[in-house]
Every structure is written in structure tokens, then in C-alpha cells.
Ligand binder design. Structure first.
Ligand SMILES: *Cc1c(COP(=O)(O)O)cnc(C)c1O
Length: 425
């Protein structure tokens, strides 16, 4: 076996895979350019390309309402506003997620109660959620992290037992499915990000979907023109306020919608490409002593392919630290990484009484967290690592080079351990 690249040997992956994301077809370009030429760059109601994109979500998810927003964050804020949170309400939320899953709860003047993570997927742990239910708990938000869906059957059973609304953050899981149902079809309301890295990319944009008329109408009134709310709001309690609305602007840019229409039409193709790459990764990791494929729970009918996240156990590698394992892979030309963001309970906002917010009181009784309080989320961040979810099928050459890199590293593990011990001494 040749010398490891980290010690000066030849890298096994010589040319990094060249892939493009988002995919932009000539038809996408024409759709955007034609709209720009027509001056179709803002709408008052659900019209034109925004209406078309909303229709694609409604059809795919078989939901009566889809509302395009300016971002996934805006969709989440609209969802929490839509379910009618009140001051003092508690919302169970994953500690390990992107901040936009949780901070809009604070913007609604309700209290996020952070829940620990599953050790295999990093997703919200429903057993732990059970421990945090109080008489003030009103809702739960779940994030389908990295494209691995949350077990919605289980989440919904738990929520029904406690009378909680369920918000789904589907920003990393467009098209993923659990127990045969796509994410975004089971919760009371779901939010998708259409940011540039997401599987349906508008650049900046989001989508709220729901079957609940009141949730939808409140969301329309929060962030859309009177032209939309006056025609679409029919709930008697809301009608008197529909003309004015609630004053924010969360409308999607029509040119972003134009770009996302083609993405949405190609979503199944994207998912298949990523699934092919993930299957190849599974095989490579199965063939490497001390590694296992990225965890996939039994309820998963379709993975969203956002990110491939296996776990690293140093005990399987004679104590070799994850960082050295990753450095050795990177030296071979395999662009492996580790998660960079901490669980939210490790952020000062969740550990200090003072928040910097002066406009409204942040719940004075909320829990302030310390390191180690939600230990499995911290363990997940310590053990997870990532292979990039290449958006196009990887070449045989790239996959062969990657497989060779893992074989070399497994064979050179003892040398890596000696080197690590020497560097530490
Ligand atoms: C990207 C993302 C968001 C926020 O979306 P924006 O469109 O960037 O506002 C929210 N939640 C998760 C899990 C995300 O990955």
C-alpha cells in the first residue's frame, strides 16, 4: 500500500469532482429572463410564477395551502405566528438544528424549550421531549436534519397525547419521506427554505404549507399585501384586519420563484442522483474496518440527500482522534468535514439571563443551559462527520479514488496513531 498523502504520498483522488449547484437549465434562464423583460418583478397577490411555484408544492404535498415567503426563516416565523402562539407558551424544539428553527419562536414572544438529540441522526429525541412537557407546552418543532426525516408517526403520537401543534422544518429534506409520507404532509404546518444550497433553490426564498385555514390566513396577514389577504382571508375573527394585515413583508421575489420552478420539477431526479452517491458511500464505509454507513432508521422511506453524515468512534480506531482521521482523508483529496455549529444550548442566548432584547421580555422563567445539559446532542457533534452530498452522479474514477483513500487510511491507522502520539508528546 502506498504512503499516506498526509505523510507526503500521492493523493488517491487527484481531481476533485466538478459539480454545479444549483442546476440551472436553459429553460430556467429563459423563464427568469422573460419575466425580467416583461417587468414581472413584484406581485400584489398570488400571481404568475409565485402562484405557479406554490401550486407545485400544493400538488406534490397534497395540501390546500402553500405560501411563498422571502426565506425559510420567514416561513418558520409565519408558521409559529400562524399557530397562534401567545406569551408564556412553550415550544419544544431541537437543540441541534439551524438557528432559524428556534429563534422565530422568541420573535413570537413564546419560549423555546430545547430538547436533546438522537445519538445516531442528530434529530430531535422524542423520548427526551417527553421529559420537557409542562402545562405551558403548546407546540413542538422538528427539523428533518441533513435529509434524514424525523419519525413522524412517533412524533405525531407524542404530540397528540399532549395536545401539541407540530411544526415541521423541512429546509434540509425536500422530498424526503417517512413511513411512506413525504415530510411536510403530516405536521400542522411545514416550512421549507429555498436558499441557494437547498434542494429546491430560489436563491433566497421559503415556502409554508398547511391544511389549516386559520394558520394559512394568519401567515398571509403577517407578511403579504392587502391584495392577497383581502381576497384570501375568510376566518370571521381575522376578516376585519385583513386589509391592513400585520405589517411585515415576507413576499418572495418573483425571479427567485422563476428559478425554483425548474428545481421543483427536477426534485426527484436530484434525489435519485444523491441516493446513488449515498449508496456508493455506504459501500465504501461498509468495506472499511472501523466505519459504518451513515445511520438510517427503519421508518425512512426516502432520504432527502442533503448531507451524508456517518459517525466516527475513536475506540474503533485505537483512539485515533476524529480530527486526524479527517485530516488524513482530506490529504487524500476526499473533502470530508465535521459539523461546525454547536447545539443551541451552548450559545450565550440560551445560557445567559441577559439577551440584548429590549422590545419585549424574554421569558424570565426560562431555563438557562450549561454545557452537558443536553449531552447526546454534544456527543453527536463530537462524533458526526460528513461527506459532501455531490449533486450530480460521481464518476467511477472519483469513487474508486475515494475507496482507495479509505483503504489506505485503514491500513495506515497504526502509523497515524504513532504520529499523533509523537506530536502530542
Ligand atoms: C436553511 C435552513 C433554514 C433557514 O432558511 P433561510 O432560507 O436561510 O432563511 C431553516 N432551517 C434549517 C434546518 C435550514 O437548513
Amino acid at each position: 500500500m502506498s504512503e499516506l498523502a498526509i505523510f507526503g504520498g500521492e493523493p488517491t483522488v487527484r481531481e476533485p469532482a466538478r459539480t454545479v449547484w444549483p442546476v440551472v437549465s436553459e429553460a430556467d434562464v429563459a423563464r427568469v429572463a422573460d419575466a425580467a423583460r416583461r417587468g414581472e418583478i413584484s406581485y400584489d397577490a398570488s400571481e404568475g410564477m409565485v402562484a405557479e411555484l406554490e401550486g407545485l408544492f400544493e400538488t406534490r404535498l397534497d395540501r390546500p395551502y402553500a405560501l411563498a415567503t422571502s426565506s425559510g426563516t420567514a416561513a418558520l416565523h409565519s408558521a409559529f405566528f400562524g399557530i397562534g402562539l401567545a406569551p408564556g407558551d412553550e415550544v419544544l424544539a431541537p437543540t441541534y438544528t439551524y438557528l432559524a428553527t428556534v429563534m422565530p419562536i422568541v420573535a413570537c414572544n413564546a419560549t423555546p424549550v430545547l430538547v436533546d438529540a438522537e445519538p445516531d441522526t442528530g434529530n430531535i429525541d422524542i423520548d427526551d421531549a417527553e421529559r420537557h412537557v409542562t402545562s405551558r407546552t403548546r407546540a413542538m418543532v422538528v427539523t428533518h436534519l441533513s435529509g434524514h426525516p424525523v419519525d413522524m408517526e412517533r412524533a405525531l403520537r407524542f404530540a397528540r397525547r399532549h395536545g401539541l401543534k407540530v411544526v415541521e422544518d423541512c429546509s434540509q429534506a425536500h422530498g424526503a419521506a417517512t413511513s411512506g409520507a413525504e415530510v411536510g404532509t403530516r405536521g400542522d404546518v411545514a416550512a421549507f427554505s429555498l436558499q441557494g444550497r437547498k434542494l429546491v433553490a430560489a436563491g433566497e426564498g421559503g415556502m409554508l404549507v398547511t391544511s389549516d385555514t386559520t394558520v394559512y390566513e394568519r401567515a398571509v396577514m403577517l407578511g403579504h399585501f392587502a391584495a392577497r389577504s383581502e381576497t384570501e382571508v375568510s376566518t370571521p375573527d381575522l376578516v376585519p384586519f385583513a386589509k391592513l394585515g400585520y405589517g411585515l413583508n415576507y413576499r418572495m421575489h418573483p425571479l427567485g420563484a422563476a428559478l425554483a420552478i425548474g428545481q421543483m420539477e427536477r426534485l426527484d431526479q436530484y434525489l435519485e442522483w444523491r441516493a446513488d452517491n449515498f449508496r456508493a458511500y455506504d459501500q465504501i464505509l461498509r468495506d472499511t474496518p472501523g466505519l459504518a454507513p451513515a445511520p438510517r432508521q427503519d421508518h425512512v422511506s426516502r432520504h432527502g440527500g442533503y448531507s451524508y453524515q456517518p459517525l466516527y468512534d475513536p475506540a474503533q480506531w485505537g483512539g485515533l482522534p476524529r480530527s486526524v482521521f479527517i485530516d488524513a482523508l482530506r490529504a487524500e483529496g476526499v473533502p470530508a468535514t465535521v459539523p461546525t455549529s454547536l447545539p443551541l444550548h451552548r450559545e450565550p442566548f440560551f445560557s445567559r439571563a441577559e439577551t440584548g432584547i429590549t422590545t419585549y421580555p424574554v421569558d424570565p422563567d426560562r431555563r438557562l443551559y450549561r454545557a452537558g445539559d443536553l449531552p447526546r446532542s454534544e456527543e453527536y457533534v463530537r462524533s458526526a462527520w460528513r461527506l459532501p452530498a455531490y449533486p450530480q452522479p460521481l464518476s467511477t474514477r472519483m469513487l474508486t479514488g475515494m475507496a482507495e483513500a479509505f483503504r489506505k487510511i485503514a491500513a495506515g491507522a497504526e502509523r497515524l496513531r504513532r504520529h499523533t502520539r509523537a506530536a502530542a508528546a
